[in-house]
Design a protein around this ligand. Structure first.
Ligand code: NAD
Length: 254
C-alpha cells in the first residue's frame, strides 16, 4: 500500500466474519472503523487492530436505522478525512418454515439485511469514490428450506449489488458482494440450534450435514471469507463491479 493508508468501515465487525475482514484489512494497511450494535465487541476488535499498528475506533450503530448509518459514515469521514471502502457485513439469520414466518419476523430481517445494506450504500456513495462491498451468501443464489426469509434478503442484496454497480459507476464507485457458504461462526450456532428443533436433530448435526456437502471437505473459516474481501477492497479488483461471488469451498456452482 502507499504511504497514506486507505480507510475502511466494516459493519457487524464485533465478531465472526466482520471481525476477520476488519483484521485482514488492517493487515493489508487500512485504518479501519469498526461498527457493531454491541459496543463492547467492537471495542475489543479496535484494540486488536491498534496492536497491528493501524488506527481504529468503534461506532455503535444499528444498520437498520438510517440516521445512525449516516452519522456513522459522517464520523468516519470527519475523523480520517475520507472513506475508501465500505463493507456492509452486518446481518442476521432466522430459521423457520415459511408458513410460520410472521410479519414481525420478515420486517426485522428485511430491515437489517436489506435496508441495512441500502443505507450503508447511500451513505458511502456520498463520498463519490471508492469501493462498496456487501455480504451476500450462497443463499443469494439458492433458496434454502427453513431459511426462506433469510434467502429472500440475500437474493435482494444480489439485486442491489447489480443495480448499484450501474448507478454508481459514473462516480468511479465499484459495488461487489461476497457469498460465503457454511462458515463456523455464532450465526451458524443459532442456525444449527433452530434446525435441530425443526428437523429433530441433535446439536451439531445440522452443521455437520450442511458441511458434508462442501466440495473442499471442511467448513469455511471467517478468514477464508476475509481473504476474498481483501481482494475486493484492493486495487486488484478495480475492473470488477456488480458481481456477487461465491467463496464457499464449492457448495453452489453457479
Ligand atoms: P455473526 O452473527 O457471527 O456476526 C454478525 C455481527 O453483526 C454481530 O457482531 C452482530 O452484533 C452484528 N449485527 C447484527 N445486527 C446488527 C445491526 N442491526 N447493526 C449492526 N450490527 C449488527 O454473523 P457472521 O456469520 O459473522 O455473518 C456476517 C455476515 O455474513 C452476515 O451478513 C451473514 O448473513 C453473512 N453470511 C454468513 C454465513 C455463515 O455461514 N456464517 C454464510 C453466508 C453469509
Amino acid at each position: 500500500m502507499s504511504s497514506s493508508p486507505k480507510i475502511a468501515l466494516v459493519t457487524g465487525a464485533g465478531r465472526g466474519i466482520g471481525r476477520a475482514i476488519a483484521l485482514r484489512l488492517a493487515r493489508d494497511g487500512f485504518h479501519v472503523v469498526i461498527n457493531d450494535i454491541h459496543l463492547e465487541n467492537a471495542q475489543s476488535v479496535v484494540d486488536e487492530i491498534k496492536e497491528l499498528g493501524r488506527e481504529s475506533f468503534a461506532v455503535q450503530a444499528d444498520v437498520s436505522k438510517k440516521d445512525e448509518v449516516f452519522q456513522m459514515v459522517d464520523q468516519a469521514v470527519k475523523h480520517f478525512g475520507q472513506l475508501d471502502v465500505m463493507v456492509s457485513n452486518a446481518g442476521i439469520a432466522q430459521v423457520k418454515p415459511l408458513l410460520e414466518v410472521t410479519e414481525e419476523d420478515m420486517n426485522k430481517i428485511v430491515q437489517i439485511n436489506v435496508f441495512g445494506v441500502l443505507y450503508c450504500l447511500q451513505a458511502a456513495a456520498e463520498q463519490k469514490r471508492g469501493k462498496i462491498i456487501h455480504a451476500a451468501s450462497i443463499a443469494s443464489y439458492k433458496g434454502f428450506s427453513l431459511l426462506g426469509a433469510y434467502s429472500a434478503t440475500k437474493f435482494a442484496v444480489r439485486g442491489l449489488t447489480q443495480a448499484a454497480a450501474q448507478e454508481l459507476a459514473p462516480f468511479g464507485i465499484t459495488v461487489n458482494a461476497y457469498c460465503p457458504g457454511i462458515v463456523d461462526t455464532q450465526m451458524w450456532d443459532l442456525i444449527d440450534e433452530k434446525m435441530a428443533h425443526y428437523m429433530n436433530l441433535k446439536k451439531g448435526e445440522a452443521f455437520r450435514q450442511f458441511s458434508d456437502g462442501i466440495t473442499l471437505g471442511r467448513p469455511e473459516t471467517p478468514e477464508d471469507v476475509a481473504k476474498f474481501v481483501s481482494y475486493l477492497a484492493s486495487e486488484d479488483s478495480d475492473y470488477m463491479t456488480g458481481q456477487s461471488v461465491m467463496i464457499d469451498g464449492g457448495v453452489i456452482f453457479s
